[in-house]
Design a binder for this molecule. Structure first.
Ligand code: T4K
Length: 389
């Protein structure tokens, strides 16, 4: 039962970090009167992150999308680059923005990750790279992708937007391929309001990326390459330092919510609860379920509508699939990508609220409403779904 004034539960509700520390750091920046352009707080956060991930270089950027664009540019990519079809649209957009055609590859329905077995048949004479996506924070088989890249002389890099603090067999993600790009957007479990980072062990690439984010400057009055403005400001870095202070607590809260959801939902007919691989480190920032409408006797969209009516703002990421979105799904774009597994996931997947903004009781309320919706044998006709909060 939803009461007027009852709390709205939202996927992507930001974690706050250590708010007092944030205020102190902002005051320091005000005293220094240094707000951006490789300031002290940016340098501090870069050191914290490179140390945490065990990678030689961390270059903070204004967001992951610009980070991916810069990475693609500095890796000298052109023609076509392989990407999974099931990802946020920023992944292919970052390539096309650089004049590179994203070549979609379907995903493995069990993991939602790029299907490694389909990659080689998508490689053409125009392919110059592979952009792997560690979706939901799971490592997307980086060793297998590296072997394919080596065999075909392709550059490999990663969209690690979901994967900060996630690990592969004891190694934190951040050191794979030529570079990895993280997102620190407000909706990510670790956030700098807007922001991201490019990490690499390649000294020369790191130097070129550092110049690229600052208009191509190599020093005062000396522009040595094409550049853009991809810098992170001091206020954003202050949020990152404050958020990093509580990163362990945030992951623990996410983990508890995940376990609580799993306990309540994994036995329900027609619901597939997405389990994380216990052998990998993860940040548990996404609680993902799939609804099989035949077994559940309700479609994903009917269930979403029921939850939205109760002010529970679940999301159907990444509906309807990048290959069906403009410009990729249009006549003008050319060859239509056929991605059956991605289509199925886009039809079935739903993300549930988690993070420090909600309590265990809130998780219980979401599960209660899912159970109520599933018990209702005749779902109401679907009204226009809105993500308006
Ligand atoms: N690659 C991948 C695989 C990605 O998932 C993303 C971003 C990127 C690359 C690019 O990273 P960035 O360039 O953003 O650094 C959101 C985020 O904006 C986006 O960063 C994220 N992935 C994507 C999965 O989710 P939308 O279009 O869903 O945003 P929006 O405005 O609908 O907000 C999402 C939810 O969060 C809503 O339920 C409201 C809630 N919210 C949002 C904000 C900003 C809050 O409660 N408070 C807030 O301050 O894209």
């Amino acid at each position: 039962m939803f009461f007027i004034g009852e709390k709205k539960l939202v996927v992507g509700c930001p974690n706050l970090g250590d708010v007092e520390l944030f205020r102190e750091l902002v005051s320091e920046a005000f005293e220094r009167r240094w707000f951006t352009n490789n300031g002290e707080l940016v340098q501090r956060l870069e050191a914290i992150i490179s140390n945490y991930l065990g990678v030689s270089h961390c270059i903070l950027v204004s967001n992951a999308t610009i980070g991916l664009q810069i990475a693609a540019h500095e890796l000298g990519l052109s023609g076509e680059v392989i990407v999974p079809a099931y990802t946020f649209v920023a992944t292919p957009h970052s390539l096309l923005w650089q004049g590179i055609k994203p070549r979609f590859v379907d995903v493995d329905p069990a993991t939602h990750l790029i299907d490694v077995n389909l990659i080689e048949q998508a490689i053409t004479s125009k392919t110059t790279g592979i952009l792997g996506v560690h979706l939901w924070g799971q490592p997307c088989h980086p060793e297998a992708l590296q072997a394919i890249a080596d065999r075909h002389n392709l550059k490999l890099f990663f969209d690690s937007a979901h994967a900060f603090a996630c690990g592969n067999d004891g190694t934190k993600l951040g050191s794979y391929g030529e570079c990895e790009v993280f997102s620190f957007h407000a909706t990510k479990f670790f956030n700098t309001f807007e922001g991201g980072a490019i990490t690499t062990n390649d000294d020369e690439l790191a130097l070129r990326i550092r110049r690229a984010i600052n208009f191509g400057f190599s020093g005062l009055d000396n522009v040595t390459q094409l550049g853009t403005n991809g810098k992170m400001s001091e206020i954003h870095a202050a949020m990152g330092i404050a958020c990093f202070k509580t990163i362990g607590e945030i992951i623990e809260v996410n983990h508890q919510h995940y376990l609580h959801y799993r306990k309540r939902l994994s036995g329900l007919s027609g619901i597939r609860f997405f389990n994380y691989d216990k052998t990998k480190d993860t940040n548990y920032q996404y609680v993902v379920i799939e609804i099989d409408s035949k077994l559940a006797r309700i479609t994903r969209d009917h269930l979403m509508e029921h939850l939205h009516n109760k002010h529970i703002y679940a999301r159907r990421y990444f509906y309807p699939g990048c290959h069906r979105m403009a410009p990729y799904g249009t006549e003008a774009y050319g060859d239509k990508a056929i991605m059956p597994q991605t289509d199925l996931l886009c039809e079935r997947t739903m993300l549930l609220p988690t993070g420090t903004g909600i309590t265990e009781a809130d998780v219980g309320r979401v599960c209660d409403e899912i159970e109520i919706a599933l018990c209702n044998p005749a779902p109401p006709p679907l009204v226009h779904l809105t993500t308006q909060i």
